[in-house]
Write a new protein. Structure first.
Length: 338
């Protein structure tokens, strides 16, 4: 039995706007699971339904075998961290973290011990007496995280907690959250629209679209074997071709309506290559280039008029010029059909 079970969840607003459509989802104990999808797909609504902040129209929610569908939020033993830090400005770090423990009427000695332990876990030692206005965005988010987990909830929910933080700090916090989650072995559901974030942090990814789960799997499974056009378009910047363009480009027939090819699976050469049965070959001309970090991305117009994106590690000895003719090849096993 899964630790968290969503069964046939249906949710609408005003009886018309159907946000969750008979959704089923399972989460195993101790996993960090990510709900990944564009804005409006229902991922935050599903998270808030689990927390008890949103009622559902139909279906049931179970945590560790207990039906929590109709329980108020305070009875579900769930910790939640939002994009907004929501810290008490008149309380210092230690007081903010201790708030939930005081509400549980724990002994002061126990509170002090728990707060000290969690402050060390989230790398905030020395900041105990600082107030929120004295903290950076990343430090505030770690205080919010510490406050959510110090009460030892059954489940931790993270609703896009890093979207307001700059890129460099965000990557550091991603690693810290993952480290803390593993250390506590706490069952966690993370909501994001950032595919890179989902790939880095998750044990399992559930890709959502229009109130449904499009595909579930490990980051590797989701990236290498998208099952639908939507997943391929949302994950990894696939080249998506209709059957006509694919057949025109490769001179091969396909029964699929659409074909997907990862940009990094396309190899390019300045000279023709010895052909084998394991690859498809075609020629083209470089029409554009983009550098993103250490990735060099070329847009190549094939001789049949089909534009492809090819990504490679930036190397000075393998640069191409706009207008240059190139020879392309891709392994047949890297061509996905829908």
């Amino acid at each position: 039995m899964a630790y968290i079970e969503f069964e046939n969840i249906r949710k609408s607003y005003d009886g018309e706007n159907l946000v969750l459509k008979d959704l089923n989802l399972e989460v195993n104990e101790g996993d960090l699971v990510t709900l990944l999808g564009p804005s409006g797909c229902g991922k935050s609504t599903l998270l808030r339904s689990l927390a008890g902040f949103e009622s559902i129209d139909a279906g049931s929610i179970h945590i560790n075998g207990q039906n929590v569908t109709d329980l108020p939020p305070g009875k579900r033993n769930i910790g939640m961290v939002f994009q907004q830090y929501s810290l008490f400005p008149n309380m210092n770090v230690a007081e903010n973290i201790a708030f939930g423990l005081k509400m549980q009427k724990m002994k002061q000695s126990v509170i002090k011990e728990k707060v000290a332990s969690i402050i060390d876990l989230v790398d905030l030692s020395g900041k105990e007496n600082h107030y929120p206005m004295q903290l950076s965005g990343g430090q505030k988010q770690r205080v919010a995280l510490a406050r959510a987990i110090v009460t030892e909830p059954k489940v931790l929910l993270l609703d896009e907690p890093l979207s307001a933080i700059d890129a460099l700090l965000r990557k550091n916090l991603q690693k810290q959250i993952r480290r803390i989650q593993k250390a506590l072995h706490i069952t966690t559901i993370f909501v994001t629209h950032d595919q890179d974030e989902a790939m880095l942090m998750s044990d399992v990814i559930h890709v959502m679209a229009s109130g449904k789960i499009e595909q579930s799997g490990t980051p590797t499974e989701i990236y290498t074997h998208p099952e639908t056009h939507f997943v391929a378009s949302f994950i990894g910047n696939y080249n998506l071709l209709n059957s006509s363009d694919f057949s025109k480009m490769t001179q091969q027939k396909t029964q699929a309506s659409q074909v997907a090819i990862r940009p990094e699976a396309i190899e390019y050469f300045k000279e023709p290559q010895l052909q084998t049965d394991d690859h498809l070959y075609f020629k083209g001309t470089v029409v554009d280039e983009t550098i993103s970090g250490n990735i060099l991305s070329y847009v190549i117009q094939t001789d049949q008029g089909v534009a492809l994106r090819a990504d490679h590690l930036y190397r000075t000895f393998n640069l191409l010029d706009k207008g240059e003719q190139v020879f392309l090849k891709v392994e047949k096993r890297n061509i996905l059909e829908f």
